[in-house]
Design a protein around this ligand. Structure first.
Ligand code: GDP
Length: 198
């Protein structure tokens, strides 16, 4: 799939105010600073569609972008940023879970993971939540340019091992990406096209 148009529609923290237009949705989520904005800009061919922020944890909103006039890319708030107060955290946790539990047009969630890091507790908890809620999801490894090409497979294998240790029988579909080098863009977009069931 080629992205020809990408248009910002609305930001909000209230799922009931998300667009009513019934288009398939693909949501992107991950820990603050994982590279989510950079990845969204990379796959949509924009420099600044999603705001890359010097202040992680600031953009705690659900952002809808309409792509090619026929699907929504949803940029969800980054989670797990230490400097967000407990109260704020609880609020965004609730609207994130509200989003997943009510948005029937969601086709797939893409959980972003920094390829350099060992599995983080909060990511595993989030993946477990998606599994328990029966929400289809994939893993998108980010910042692949930061490790050598020969190490990519071993980092993915290590992550898989850690998921298995947390009772996952198999690795969900996954993508290796780099926003700075454009890696993984076509594969990710083709996957989105393939799983579009509506
Ligand atoms: P977000 O908070 O998840 O939206 O993360 P950002 O997209 O704002 O990125 C956080 C930081 O990581 C920024 O300094 C980016 O320049 C950097 N970054 C993001 N993606 C990549 C990547 O693929 N490669 C490298 N080397 N740096 C990246």
């Amino acid at each position: 799939m080629k992205i020809t148009t990408a248009e910002f529609i609305i930001s909000n923290s209230d799922v009931s105010k998300c667009p009513t237009e019934r288009l398939p949705e693909y949501a992107f989520i991950g820990r603050s600073n994982v590279g989510k904005s950079s990845l969204i800009n990379m796959i949509t061919n924009h420099k600044n569609l999603a705001k890359t922020s010097g202040k992680p944890g600031k953009t705690q909103l659900i952002n809808h972008f309409k792509i090619n006039s026929n699907w929504f890319l949803v940029d969800l708030p980054g989670y797990g940023y230490a400097r967000v107060s407990k109260k704020t955290k609880e609020v965004f946790q609730e609207f994130i879970t509200d989003y997943f539990e009510t948005r029937e047009q969601l086709v797939c969630a893409f959980v972003l993971i920094d390829i350099r890091l060992e599995a983080q507790k909060i990511d595993i908890e989030f993946i477990e939540y998606l599994g328990e809620s029966e929400i289809p999801f994939c893993i998108v490894f980010t910042k692949a340019d930061k490790i050598s090409k020969t190490k990519i497979d071993s980092h993915v294998a290590a992550y898989k091992k850690q998921l298995i240790a947390h009772n996952w029988e198999e690795m969900p579909p996954y993508f290796v990406t780099s926003a700075t080098e454009g890696t993984g863009k076509d594969t990710l977009l083709n996957y989105i096209e393939e799983i579009n069931v509506e």
